[in-house]
Design a protein around this ligand. Structure first.
Ligand code: NAP
Ligand code: 8YV
Length: 327
């Protein structure tokens, strides 16, 4: 008896995705794991079959890759940020783009507050101090910076920015923010630019999308305004901060310190950052818990399933929703 033909849609995965995403993907689709990066002949042979692409928030999906996938109908990003996707190119081709907003707000906000506490109270440095035997040899560490009651500035008061603000309220912090649009209903103080906000706060937490619209929003001028007692925390995208201006500011006491989860060139932060003692570095892990990554993976897979079943997408990116409303 001839085996039944495999009618599952073919999917290209763009990143080394976690097992908790790969397993449900493989159950529903024929998965080609990063085929475009490895076997050029196999990719050329199979590219015409690929109807969906799955990637993470850091994945790049340029126009040139879409050009090679004539049957592409959907891009599903396991992440809320989709700055790596050429969305105009996708829309031109009627390729739907989905992401995973909302399900990671708590996790990213938790890490943002963790980084505020870490950089101000020098928790990673304190751990290293104890392990190196310096406590016994040199006595207590120098005094740190109080977080409770300090002034917090949030660059980007969206889903995650608001979750950060709610947590900061519990620390008795005063909260101000910048975004392109004020949110009077938030009750927080609005400044129309990052520069004006930086001048008024002790901690500046960045949580905007990446991409051209926010490139180097945090530049030398903003760091100068934050000042020698100010701290920068970036949980957005590396591209939002001018990293060489940041290194300069950290080396020269222009700001007091920085905590960074994201970098301009991941996974290789500037060596100059690694050499500094007034920074805390984490490897783009703000959403990286089993619980939240499972929720993100399910949502990303469910978006693909909805697309291929002809059902409404669960969480399309706003540009796709707007396009559908126009057509
Ligand atoms: P969101 O709800 O869309 O919020 C984005 C905020 O940024 C909004 O307040 C928006 O307000 C503001 N914004 C956009 N462009 C801006 C600009 N040019 N200048 C100033 N403010 C601007 O998004 P979200 O769900 O909170 O996620 C935010 C971003 O966090 C993601 O896109 C992703 O890059 C990053 N992220 C990182 C991690 C990580 O692992 N580190 C995890 C999750 C998310 P206006 O429209 O009024 O400007
Ligand atoms: C993840 C992220 O690192 O959601 C985002 O935008 O940057 C993070 O949650 C990533 O998307 C995991 O694939």
């Amino acid at each position: 008896m001839t085996p039944a033909a495999d009618t599952r849609p073919h999917i290209l995965t763009l990143a080394k995705l976690p097992a908790l995403m790969v397993e449900p993907l493989q159950a529903a689709f024929v998965v080609h794991d990063r085929l475009h990066e490895g076997d050029a002949a196999a990719f050329a042979r199979l590219a015409g079959n690929i109807r969906g692409v799955a990637g993470g928030g850091e994945s790049k999906i340029p126009r040139a890759l879409m050009d090679q996938l004539p049957a592409l109908g959907v891009v599903s990003i396991m992440g809320v940020g989709y700055d790596g996707v050429d969305v105009p190119a996708a829309l031109e081709r009627s390729v739907a783009v989905t992401h995973t907003p909302g399900v990671l707000n708590d996790e990213v906000a938790d890490l943002a507050l963790g980084l505020v506490l870490s950089v101000a109270r020098r928790i990673p440095q304190a751990d290293r101090y104890v392990r190196a035997g310096r406590w016994a040899a040199e006595g207590p560490m120098p005094l740190a910076r109080k977080v409770s009651g300090a002034r917090l500035g949030i660059v980007g008061l969206g889903r995650i920015g608001q979750a950060i603000a709610r947590r900061a309220e519990a620390f008795g912090m005063s909260i101000a923010y910048t975004a392109r649009n004020a949110r009077p209903d938030s009750g927080y103080t609005y400044y129309p630019s990052a520069l004006e906000l930086a001048a008024q706060v002790d901690f500046l937490v960045v949580i905007t999308p990446g991409g051209e619209g926010t490139r180097h929003l945090i530049n030398a001028e903003v760091l100068n305004a934050l000042g020698p007692t100010g701290y920068l925390v970036n949980v957005a995208r590396g591209s939002v901060v001018d990293e060489s201006a940041l290194v300069d500011a950290l080396q020269n006491g222009v700001i007091a310190g920085a905590a960074l989860d994201v970098f301009e060139d991941e996974p290789r932060p500037l060596p100059a950052l690694l050499a500094l003692d007034n920074v805390v570095l984490t490897p783009h892990m703000a959403s990286a818990t089993l619980q939240t990554r499972t929720a993100m993976a399910h949502l990303a897979v469910d978006n693909l399933k909805a697309h291929f079943a002809g059902r409404p997408l669960l969480t399309p990116v706003p540009e796709w929703t707007a396009r559908q409303a126009r057509t």
